[in-house]
Design a protein around this ligand. Structure first.
Ligand SMILES: [Zn+2]
Length: 112
């Protein structure tokens, strides 16, 4: 890579430029992004237990933004997506079963 201050070529792993002594972009970028918390992933994970639809949406958003947070919350948002998907699938299954029973009751109505 090249120094952002003097423009001379420096080692990719160097923390400071050997030519002018200015800190490289690499370290400052890592420090600032490491301290950021992926709030979307955390809220999405919590909401996946309470409101699966909102949890799923926030988890997907959190996962798409995980790269800008230095992959912070990537695993958490994936867990949120999986949990809310299971809840949604389970909820949908229950609705289908209820509708099926309801339909059966209507069809067999005269017998009752
Ligand atoms: Zn330099």
């Amino acid at each position: 890579m090249y120094c952002r201050n003097c423009g001379k070529e420096i080692n990719d792993n160097a923390d400071v430029c050997l030519h002018c002594g200015v800190a490289t972009n690499k370290t400052t970028a890592n420090q600032s992004s490491a301290q950021q918390t992926n709030v979307l992933a955390i809220i999405g994970f919590i909401l996946s237990f309470i409101m699966p639809i909102a949890g799923l949406v926030l988890s997907i958003l959190g996962r798409s933004k995980a790269s800008s947070y230095n992959d912070n919350g990537k695993g958490l948002s994936l867990a949120g997506i999986i949990i809310s998907s299971i809840y949604l699938a389970f909820g949908l299954l229950v609705i289908i079963i209820y509708m099926y029973i309801f339909l059966l009751l209507i069809i067999s109505g005269p017998i009752m």
